[in-house]
Write a protein that binds this ligand. Sequence first.
Ligand code: 9UX
Length: 72
Amino acid sequence: DTEQKSFKIEGMTCASCVQTIEKATGKLDGVLDTHVNLATEKMNIEYDPSVASVSDILDAVSNAGYEAHEDI
Ligand code: 9UX
């Protein structure tokens, strides 16, 4: 089964940031789909929680140079 989760992203200022983050999260095992919105500073991810964890996703964004927080 897959799950959808929304994150708040800090530090994006141009459209290339969006591409960087989508690439970094999209290549993670267990991530099926990722969408980043520059205007709303949100990222929506569809992932398989038995393969990828929220902290894997947060780490991928962090390693790409941005800060992500899980939306609650
Ligand atoms: Mo655009 Mo984002 O020049 O880190 S790629 S600001």
